[in-house]
Design a protein around this ligand. Structure first.
Ligand code: AMP
Length: 293
């Protein structure tokens, strides 16, 4: 008899992935899975941004594993965790449509079993920007991703450039701990008006939703100024702030023009750089970024 734990992963698109909830079930499925294996870690409420990651993994892997886990350890505010949107049935449909073979959707105690007491802390790259704005956030991210990498042992894991600092933090962690999973970064998927897709966009009121594309417009203005030859990082940050200031619903948290590899703020853009920002629209906090050069 073929059981969920022994059935070979499928490689066609459009039917249901095998859903597993426990480490043991996952391990059993992966033992028989064709390599290479591609991993797409998510917190669910999947949208076209996640779909692009699954599709890239599908193109490059014999077996695609998607994880759906709203990781309590990476949320600073309890309210943000509780109100994080969830719809597993819809997520599983999207995973199937994009050709995922296995979905690992564990309960919290399967990721953090009783007695769990380890935190993975990444150094300098996790300190500025999101690290400074959300204390403990990257400890939570690095910890859960280390566990997922250890459980899945994929050749490659796919992350969105939308969370540019997260890519750098996870890559540092995977390299330093020799986890054997390469971290691939995928381009930001945007709405037609430029707003980067995010699970949090669902919380925006109609007025906030209408205002939110200012983030991309502001970054585009910074990039255009850079394109016109401006190399003074302060001038680029000022240009971004000028565009943001015209939108009263945007409460800016930070605007950055940093070294794309170290995320140290620049004086002069004389190397690959990253423009990034965070802003609140009402209770919803959004981030976006744009690479330069
Ligand atoms: P999340 O479910 O928000 O943890 O995101 C899971 C993965 O999807 C992360 O690697 C994100 O960077 C990526 N992602 C989220 N939004 C987008 C987007 N608009 N474009 C590309 N990737 C994204």
């Amino acid at each position: 008899m073929t059981t969920a734990a022994t059935r070979l992963p499928r490689v066609d698109r459009g039917s249901s992935p095998q859903v597993v909830r426990t480490r043991a079930e996952l391990r059993a499925l992966l033992a028989a899975a064709p390599r290479p294996l591609g991993l797409v870690p998510t917190m669910g409420w999947l949208h076209a941004g996640h779909a692009s990651l699954i599709r890239r993994a599908r193109d490059e892997s014999a077996t695609v594993v998607v994880t759906i886990f709203v990781n309590p350890r990476q949320f600073g505010e309890a309210a943000d965790y509780t109100r994080y949107p969830r719809n597993e049935a819809r997520d599983l449909e999207m995973c199937g449509a994009e050709g995922a073979d296995i979905v690992f959707a564990p309960p919290a105690e399967e990721v953090y079993p009783p007695g769990y007491d380890t935190t993975v802390h990444v150094g300098a790259i996790a300190e500025p920007l999101e690290g400074a704005a959300r204390p403990g956030h990257f400890d939570g991210v690095a910890t859960v991703v280390a566990i997922l990498f250890s459980l899945v042992r994929a050749e490659r894991a796919y992350f969105g450039q939308k969370d540019a600092q997260q890519v750098l933090v996870v890559r540092r962690m995977a390299t330093d701990l020799a986890l054997g999973t390469e971290v691939a970064a995928c381009p930001i998927v945007r709405e037609p008006d430029g707003l980067a897709l995010s699970s949090r966009n669902v919380h925006l009121s109609a007025a906030e939703r209408a205002a939110a594309p200012v983030l991309h417009r502001a970054l585009a203005a910074g990039a255009a100024l850079h394109g016109a030859g401006e190399r003074d990082a302060t001038a680029l940050r000022d240009e971004i702030r000028r565009v943001l200031a015209a939108e009263p619903l945007a409460r800016v948290e930070y605007v950055s023009c940093a070294d794309a590899a170290t995320l140290e703020e620049l004086r002069t853009v004389d190397r690959p750089a990253l423009l990034s920002l965070a802003a609140r629209f009402g209770a919803t906090r959004l981030i976006d970024n744009q690479p330069l050069g």
